[in-house]
Design a protein around this ligand. Structure first.
Ligand code: UFG
Length: 334
């Protein structure tokens, strides 16, 4: 029997890659997305229901008509700076709407959930690489919303027997190697797409936010992890919940960090273009170094990144960016 999985936020960047991963493993993903940060085209052949996770009536209707074997929840707002400016929107979408989802799942006996959390729960970690037992000290509203959902999940597990996995992503990067999907945010703030847009000519240059951090070249170090590896971790997490694994949090990263300047230099190598940079002041709330100790996910979920090299992530992201830039150019010509 085919298993239907509800993928909330499945039209977004990581969610759409998880939809592909589920289909490749023989599951039937059903996407619920309000298209606030995602795209209809990103779900491919999967069924798309346009709607909001906070719409209790819609969820009740869905859960009463369909037999979902599990839920993947990607439907968070992710812009750290925006979360500081408009916290109510972040608490409402990321926390309150998740509570609506949990209530509806409980009411309809849907007991397995995989949640997209973030390294933002750690804030400025005291040790690197970071293990899951490090203190959670978020420095942004965005990070707080992830902590609040993790706390709600733990309480629902204890009180109502919800089986959950919370996956703390480090820096998602890359695109599907088949070229069909990739990163496309309505307002791009992430380093790699911005660097590649500068290479393709969609932007004049890329800003480097700070070069006086206590790192070798003075720029921030991040642990980039291929989006297909993140997607694969969701399938493994769900399967391991079905097999009776404990409900808990895992870090998802490769354990290797790259500085902002290393990312730019690698992108120049991959694209064969010179990328112009503008040195800017630090961005608020950026930790100097954020690198995962991902050994728990390897040990307990059997998760081994298939594309651990930054160069491969950039090659896949560059193929995607070249396609985007070309389609924009051809629209301009018409
Ligand atoms: N950066 C630049 N120039 C830019 C954009 C980013 O120098 O134009 C730098 C940032 O200062 C940072 C690094 O590049 O040092 C990576 O920045 P991103 O914005 O790509 O990613 P973040 O590390 O800020 O954010 C990621 C996720 C968030 C999550 C956070 C956890 O995208 O969702 O990790 O800390 F909250």
């Amino acid at each position: 029997m085919t298993r239907e999985i509800l993928v909330i936020g499945g039209a977004g960047y990581v969610g759409s890659h998880a939809v592909e991963a589920l289909r490749a493993e023989g599951y039937v993903p059903v996407v619920l997305d309000n298209l606030s940060g995602g795209y209809r085209e990103a779900v491919g052949k999967a069924e798309l229901i346009v709607g909001d996770m906070g719409d209790a009536a819609l969820l009740d209707m869905l859960f009463s008509r369909r037999q979902f074997a599990g839920v993947l929840h990607f439907a968070s707002l992710i812009d750290v700076a925006a979360s500081q400016k408009d916290p109510a929107r972040y608490y409402s979408n990321n926390v309150a709407a998740t509570l609506v989802l949990l209530e509806s799942m409980r009411k309809h006996g849907v007991a397995h959930l995989v949640f997209s959390s973030s390294a933002a729960v750690y804030g400025e970690p005291e040790h690197s690489p970071v293990t899951e037992d490090a203190a959670r000290k978020p420095v942004s509203v965005y990070g707080q919303t992830k902590c609040m959902v993790e706390d709600m999940l733990a309480a629902h597990h204890k009180a109502y027997g919800l089986h959950y996995t919370s996956l703390r992503y480090f820096n998602a990067a890359g695109a599907h190697p088949n070229g069909s999907i990739g990163e496309c945010h309505p307002e791009e703030t992430h380093l790699i797409p911005l660097v590649l847009q500068a290479a393709s000519g969609r932007r004049r240059s890329v800003s480097v936010f700070g070069n006086q951090y206590p790192t070798e070249d003075g720029t921030c170090i991040r642990d980039y992890v291929h989006v297909c590896d993140l997607a694969a971790a969701h399938v493994k997490a769900l399967e391991s919940l079905w097999n009776g694994s404990a409900s808990r949090c895992y870090n998802l990263g490769t354990g290797k960090g790259y500085s902002v300047l290393e990312v730019i230099r690698t992108a120049e190598r991959v694209t064969g273009k010179t990328i112009k940079t503008d040195m800017e002041k630090r961005r608020d709330g950026d930790p100097a170094v954020l690198v995962a100790d991902g050994s728990l996910a390897r040990e307990k979920l059997g998760w081994v990144p298939a594309y651990p090299e930054l160069e491969t992530m950039l090659q896949h992201a560059w193929a995607w960016e070249s396609r985007m830039a070309e389609s924009i150019r051809s629209r301009e010509v018409v």
